[in-house]
Design a protein around this ligand. Structure first.
Ligand SMILES: O=C(O)C1=C[C@@H](OP(=O)(O)O)[C@@H](O)[C@H](O)C1
Ligand SMILES: C=C(OP(=O)(O)O)C(=O)O
Length: 446
């Protein structure tokens, strides 16, 4: 539906002439922004999102909610357009919930959060909501959400049987209740059913059955954010049954929430310090967070850097040498492309495990990383659930990105150390980080 013309433009990835020293202000978290939008839309009163991420994925989420009747107003500064904004609040979205309704059409683009989190919201709307998106969105798994919602009482037409495009025939309310799903292909199935559950008549009990559940920090993010708006959630961690989550029905509060920087999008900048033996500071790094990107402190330290959380933010320093590692990334799968890029430049081999589900992300990330690093002279092989990376001297060439923002940023990391790397369609970073090329050249002092 939203197929964009193939962008084959090549961006010469800047080569670092020395150690990078920079402070980089990373925009807000995609995962937090899109959860906050959904929760604010389902609340019983208006709320605020401060410093929201404005990127393709979050603008698609906001537009979709608007199409279902939610008011989302832009404010440029505290004193400008919207009455009632607290002083000194900076840029914000004011979210004004209202009766959700169709008919409406939702463009999910290739945003996992939009295609998974919104069908449950649509089931609460009055009228049909049509979901469509980029060609890749048709290939990304959605069965857990579709079948789960049907068990909970929703009527869904899925012409493509378990995938997009589809129509949710919202009835203005949903029974809810108990449901078993296999979320081994995406943690977002669980998050999706939990986020809307306070508004289901009986709440929900979601039981994951099947292989290992990936991206647990993202499920913890869902639970924490639900609790922060007043929902009652029982979790396996809180002494409950393994792989079972329960949400009690109830009204949600409108909150005033400041969105944390996107720690997964901080990854390429931290990698720049690691790869060049420099120092990069990321202001506003949260002391406590459910974002998986927080694991970079440990992972990139194991790879040869060191870091400190200071008043100025996270200060990460590289030594110039990069070590390979053997690591299970199942909890933090979205960090894999950036780790693979650093591993390809390391002084010893790496094994990245636990990420078979990356084959169903924006692109097949295991195949894409293998092909693109090898075409620059690398030696990467795919395993059943990850990658073996044996570092080799790399040379310049075209790094294809397959409409995957994290492929583009991974290529940029390699380009710091390897002359002549050209990134295809760097604009694809707009999915979650629209200013990436400017932030990158700014970091390098250009
Ligand atoms: O819930 C979320 O915000 C996300 C969950 C993860 O999805 P998967 O569990 O499908 O990997 C992650 O990779 C994605 O970038 C964002
Ligand atoms: C997997 C990702 O995104 P999505 O939310 O589209 O699943 C990602 O950002 O790495």
């Amino acid at each position: 539906m939203t197929e964009t013309p193939a962008n084959t433009a090549l961006w010469p990835a800047p080569h670092a002439s020395g150690a990078v020293t920079a402070t980089v202000h990373v925009p807000g978290s995609k995962s937090v922004t899109n959860r906050a939008l959904v929760l604010a839309a389902l609340a019983a009163e208006p709320g605020w999102l401060r410093r929201p991420l404005r990127s393709r994925d979050t603008l698609l989420m906001a537009d979709a909610l608007r199409a279902m009747g939610v008011g989302i107003e832009e404010t440029v500064s505290s004193s400008s357009t919207v009455a009632g904004a607290p002083e000194g609040s900076g840029e914000a979205w004011r979210v004004i919930p209202s009766g959700l309704h169709g008919p409406a059409t939702v463009d999910v683009g290739n945003a996992g959060t939009v295609m998974r989190f919104l069908p449950p919201v649509a089931a609460l709307a009055d009228g049909p909501i049509r979901f469509d998106g980029d060609p890749r969105s048709y290939e990304r798994p959605l069965t857990g959400v579709i079948d789960g919602l049907r068990v909970l009482g929703a009527r869904i037409d899925d012409d493509n049987r378990g995938a997009l495009p589809l129509t949710v025939h919202g009835a203005g309310a949903l029974d809810g209740g108990s449901v078993e799903i296999d979320a081994s292909s995406s943690s977002q199935f669980v998050s999706a059913l939990l986020l809307s559950a306070p508004r289901f008549n009986q709440g929900v009990e979601v039981r994951h059955v099947g292989g290992a559940l990936p991206s647990m920090p993202h499920i913890r993010m869902t639970v924490d954010m639900l609790r922060a708006v007043g929902a009652q959630v029982d979790t396996p961690e809180a002494g409950g049954e393994p792989n079972v989550w329960r949400v009690t029905p109830g009204a949600l509060l409108g909150r005033d929430l400041t969105i944390e920087p996107d720690l997964s999008n901080a990854q390429p900048f931290l990698a720049a310090a690691l790869v060049t033996g420099g120092t990069v500071t990321i202001p506003d790094w949260p002391a406590h967070t459910t974002q998986p990107g927080d694991a970079l402190r440990e992972i990139f330290t194991e790879m040869g850097g060191s870091c400190e959380l200071t008043q100025a933010g996270l200060v990460f320093t590289g030594t110039g040498s990069i070590h390979g590692l053997d690591v299970d990334l199942s909890e933090v799968g979205e960090l894999t492309p950036g780790i693979a890029a650093a591993a390809a430049l390391a002084d010893s081999p790496s094994t990245l495990r636990g990420v078979a589900h990356l084959r169903l992300h924006e692109t097949d990330r295991l195949a894409a990383l293998t092909k693109e690093i090898n075409e620059l002279g690398g030696d990467v092989t795919e395993t059943a659930d990850g990658l073996h990376i044996r570092p080799r001297p790399l040379h310049g060439g075209v790094f294809h990105t397959y409409d995957d923002h994290r492929m583009a940023t991974a290529g940029a990391v390699i380009g710091l150390a390897v002359d002549g790397v050209r990134i295809e369609n760097v604009g694809t970073t707009a999915k979650t980080l629209p200013d990436f090329p400017e932030l990158w050249t700014g970091m390098l002092g250009n």
